[in-house]
Design a protein around this ligand. Structure first.
Ligand code: SF4
Ligand code: SF4
Ligand code: FES
Length: 287
């Protein structure tokens, strides 16, 4: 994933503490989340819902690690708990591995086999983390959940509910960062879905950012969607054309005759690519 864990303590405190990470002492800032402190120390903890610039919600449980406590080691979401002096954290033991296997198997139980045609194919954290941390095979042989796909939640944004992993990054971004809570979860159980208000489409200046912050191919941009997967598109770095901040943007040529621009954070960037990433309407298709 491109998101980089925050290097500063979330609470603004700067007192340095020491905790034990996989058997070695590691310095951290008081108030820092385990996931961020571990990443600064060179240990990547897998994650889906965590974003360093948004409040943690502990939705996906992909970041479970073992934390020693008074009643023994407990599986704990690393994106949700702050390090404390003397804390003992294990990110590699069999219990953590089993938890990672379980979370991925659960996420994939209803996930469609869309990778070859998915916009995220080739740059998908779900693909990458399944390969790195997943169980290797599925025991799920039942019929998967089906939704109509994709549906347009605005002129510019498409939602594929089958691919959604309910990480709440889009809904949190809309509420916390864009300041316009136009999308939220509706339904229960395996029918949970991201939804707009019944009579209100998702009309946001931040549509592009909202698409970009989705870790999987659930939210896609109409100008780019289904033109090419990341694996097959030719792309090059260019300054953003939406702001003067010099944000790293990648222009991806989807076909030999048309160009659809996608914006992704540059290496090491922890945030969204531009303050407002504008989606431009697609040029007419010429095949
Ligand atoms: S989001 Fe797309 S690329 Fe990622 S695992 Fe799902 S179908 Fe495959
Ligand atoms: S649409 Fe994407 S960002 Fe939103 S909850 Fe689903 S997977 Fe997460
Ligand atoms: S990344 Fe910690 S619960 Fe999702």
């Amino acid at each position: 994933m491109t998101d980089v864990a925050a290097s500063k303590p979330r609470t603004g405190q700067s007192e340095e503490i020491t905790f034990t990470l996989d058997g070695r002492p590691v310095p951290a800032n008081k108030g820092e989340l385990i996931i961020a402190a571990a990443e600064r120390a060179g240990t990547y903890i897998p994650r889906f819902c965590y974003h360093p610039r948004m409040d943690p919600v502990g939705m996906c449980r992909m970041c479970l690690v073992d934390v020693e406590g008074p009643s023994g080691a407990t599986l704990t979401p690393a994106c949700f708990v702050e390090v404390t002096e003397g804390m003992v954290v294990d990110t590699t033991n069999d219990r953590v591995k089993k938890a990672q296997d379980g979370v991925l198997e659960f996420l994939l139980a209803n996930h469609p086999l869309d990778c070859p045609v998915c916009d995220k194919g080739g740059e998908c954290p779900l693909q990458d983390q399944t390969l790195a941390y997943g169980p290797g095979e599925s025991r799920f042989v039942e019929e998967k959940r089906h939704f109509e796909k994709p549906i347009a939640i605005s002129d510019l944004v498409l939602l594929d509910r089958e691919r959604c992993i309910q990480c709440a990054r889009c809904t949190r971004f809309a509420e916390e960062i864009a300041g316009e809570a136009q999308i939220d979860f509706a339904g229960r159980g395996d029918r949970v879905e991201v939804a707009t208000f019944p009579t209100e489409p998702f009309e946001s200046y931040f549509s592009g950012n909202t698409v970009q912050i989705c870790p999987v191919g659930a939210l896609t941009a109409t100008p780019y969607s289904r033109r090419r997967t990341a694996l097959r598109a030719c792309s090059a770095s260019t300054p953003s054309r939406s702001t003067t901040a010099g944000c790293a943007t990648r222009a991806a040529s989807a076909t030999s005759r048309s160009t659809a621009t996608r914006s992704t954070p540059g290496p090491g960037r922890a945030s969204w690519p531009t303050r407002r990433w504008t989606l431009h309407r697609p040029p007419p298709r010429r095949w």
